[in-house]
Design a protein around this ligand. Structure first.
Ligand code: AMP
Ligand code: MG
Length: 273
């Protein structure tokens, strides 16, 4: 029996209910050691990720989509920075989804999303995603509950389409505590280098903390599938979070096992004059 991948710890199995309150955002469970030892382990995983990405790119026939979701100040930007440093930027594309433009709103909610899906050989990282349309949109009552239910089905169908056409899909929720969010939002006020990120609207959203947690639980439970699984990663400690996300991506790509294409006939032994 192959041993259970490290990332299984954070994977949400299909047909389960999700209870975010039962997942400690500050945990160090499963980490290879203290902060320093875990950072060392992450460096090894980063090298492994770079190698796997190079193979995926060279193979040129499959792709990976990484969906990142979190509460405000949940660490999405920091995760992208820490996890993908060392990976060839040529093969990775980050798509950040903001509040929809008028043109985007004039289309179905997956229109702008599908356009950013990864092409052959590519890794696409969604910094927010189609899930906003069942999170922020739901918390603010911009659509009815019947539409939310229908969107869960449409999201499953959309992701099944991507998977069927050669894209591996992983979805990661960075799970922070309200205390950690408070600390991080305060840092955005106090630290001149972080002030550009401060957004008064985040304070208003913070009032809806519980509604967001419920919306996350429902969305994750409704859309975690064998082929497009959700992972909930404890996010209060950046070093733990980065190590966890690296494990998820490395495990996923190792299962995919991308290969360098075979040399064309006659190439072997060729001497370049
Ligand atoms: P940030 O990630 O801090 O740049 O903020 C992006 C903002 O866009 C957040 O407030 C999101 O809630 C918002 N947003 C993203 N997608 C949607 C959507 N589909 N509908 C409404 N708001 C959205
Ligand atoms: Mg923000």
């Amino acid at each position: 029996m192959p041993s259970r991948p490290v990332s299984d710890r954070w994977r949400i199995r299909p047909r389960t209910t999700v209870d975010l309150a039962a997942i400690d955002p500050g945990t160090k469970a499963g980490a290879p050691g203290d902060k320093l030892a875990t950072k060392d382990a992450s460096a090894v995983l980063r090298a492994r990720l770079a190698e796997l990405q190079a193979r995926l790119y060279a193979e040129g026939s499959r792709s990976l989509l990484v969906v990142l979701q979190a509460m405000d100040a949940g660490g999405k930007d920091g995760t992208v920075r820490a996890v993908f440093e060392g990976v060839n930027p040529q093969g990775v594309r980050v798509a950040s989804f903001k509040a929809p433009t008028a043109q985007e709103l004039a289309h179905d909610f997956l229109w702008r999303i599908h356009a950013q899906a990864p092409g052959d050989g590519e890794i696409a990282v969604f910094n927010r995603s189609h899930y906003e349309d069942v999170l922020v949109v739901r918390v603010h009552g911009l659509v009815g509950e019947d539409v939310v239910r229908a969107r869960f089905r449409r999201i499953r169908a959309f992701e099944e389409l991507l998977v069927g056409e050669g894209t591996t899909v992983v979805k990661i929720m960075l799970h922070i505590s309200p205390e950690e969010q408070r600390t991080r939002l305060q840092e955005r006020v106090d630290d001149p280098a972080k002030r550009w990120k401060f957004n008064a609207a985040d304070l208003a959203e913070r009032e809806h903390w519980d509604a967001y947690q419920r919306a996350f639980e429902d969305a994750i439970a409704a859309t975690t599938t064998r082929d497009a699984p959700w992972y909930v990663v404890p996010g209060d400690r950046n070093w733990y979070r980065n190590w966890a996300v690296l494990n998820i991506l490395v495990d996923t790509l190792e299962r995919l096992d991308p290969q360098y294409p075979p040399a064309p006939a006659g190439v072997e032994g060729t001497v370049v004059e």
